[in-house]
Design a protein around this ligand. Structure first.
Ligand SMILES: C[S@@+](CC[C@H](N)C(=O)[O-])C[C@H]1O[C@@H](n2cnc3c(N)ncnc32)[C@H](O)[C@@H]1O
Length: 296
């Protein structure tokens, strides 16, 4: 990424603890469009490979706290920070729900888990986020007033259910920020939202899929939106929704979703990989690899 090197899992890693590869329209897009962090304290929620943390340091952050619940992720994030000559002491293995901080952060960035999944579905820890895919977003919004300074910047990249015209994520943001003077800047990443039925088909074999489909339909969620969001302090409240003018070229050999069919392939692969067992002990210690885990 630029002059930095990021080491992470391949998209076909076997096991549900895969650390997210550098997906073009999530990880790299968010990292490469991160606002100026000069003199700021940054919180990277769900750091994965640490890609957003590296970007925050490159945008001038004074310090970054990078949290993840997956020990393979925090190991990789530390490795990547050291590899690029950056401080590793802000990486914390913890559930974000339990994170405490003495001082508020100036900027919070997250590429959160956002895949809607039927109940009791085995899926990548990096992706699954409840039946409508918004559980983690709700947690971020719930905790932002405690963790983010007043007027702090909130940066996301996410997929969200919704009707055709507007996503549920945008509705949640507008509701949450309605008493604050901010500019909510939403950029749609793919040219159009995708019909949710195509996505539901990926999980169509599960016994819980039918009730799940009904609950999504009952909530009025007919489409999926792919969004890059930045909320920042502004003199007057403003909501802006534009199409992303995509100029970032894909990096190296990354498997990254470049359109909806490609994204659905990724969800299928993530589901299949998570269903296979890979008996590795937590962390990056490959000594106990019993054969079905990919070698680095
Ligand atoms: C979509 S990945 C993003 C990884 C990385 N930030 C990137 O942009 O490539 C989401 C990350 O959130 C982490 N995560 C999921 N639930 C979490 C929780 N409760 N607390 C902290 N991290 C969590 C996952 O392990 C995963 O690494």
């Amino acid at each position: 990424m630029g002059t930095d090197f990021i080491f992470t899992d391949r998209a076909d890693y076997v096991g549900e603890d895969r650390v997210l590869y550098l997906s073009d329209n999530e990880s790299l897009l968010r990292a490469q469009t991160l606002p100026d962090c000069r003199e700021g304290r940054v919180l990277d929620v769900g750091t994965g490979s640490g890609v957003q943390t590296v970007a925050a340091f490159r945008r001038g952050a004074t310090s970054v706290v990078s949290v993840d619940i997956n020990p393979r992720a925090t190991d990789m994030a530390r490795f990547n920070l050291a590899l690029n000559g950056l401080p590793t002491d802000g990486v914390v293995l913890t559930d974000f729900a339990e994170l405490e901080s003495d001082a508020p952060f100036d900027l919070m960035v997250s590429n959160p888990p956002f895949v809607p999944v039927p109940p009791d579905t085995q899926f990548m820890r990096s992706g699954a986020s409840g039946q409508d895919g918004l559980d983690f977003i709700r947690l971020l919004l719930e905790r932002r007033t405690a963790l983010l300074a007043k007027g702090g910047t909130f940066c996301l990249v996410s997929i969200s259910v919704g009707p055709f015209a507007f996503s549920e994520l945008e509705r949640l943001l507008v509701a949450d920020y309605h008493q604050e003077s901010v500019r909510i800047d939403v950029q749609t990443i793919f040219p159009a939202p995708a019909p949710i039925e195509d996505f539901i088909d990926v999980f169509g074999d599960l016994s819980t899929a039918n009730d799940w489909r009904k609950s999504l339909r009952a909530a009025g969620f007919t489409h999926l939106h792919n969004l890059l969001v930045t909320v920042s302090k502004a003199p007057l409240s403003e909501f802006r929704r534009t199409a992303l003018a995509r100029t970032l070229p894909p990096v190296g050999e990354n498997k990254g979703s470049v359109d909806w069919p490609d994204y659905l392939d990724e969800v299928r692969l993530a589901r299949a990989s998570a269903q296979q067992t890979c008996s590795l002990s937590p962390g990056l210690d490959r000594a106990s690899n019993t054969g079905n885990c990919p070698q680095p």
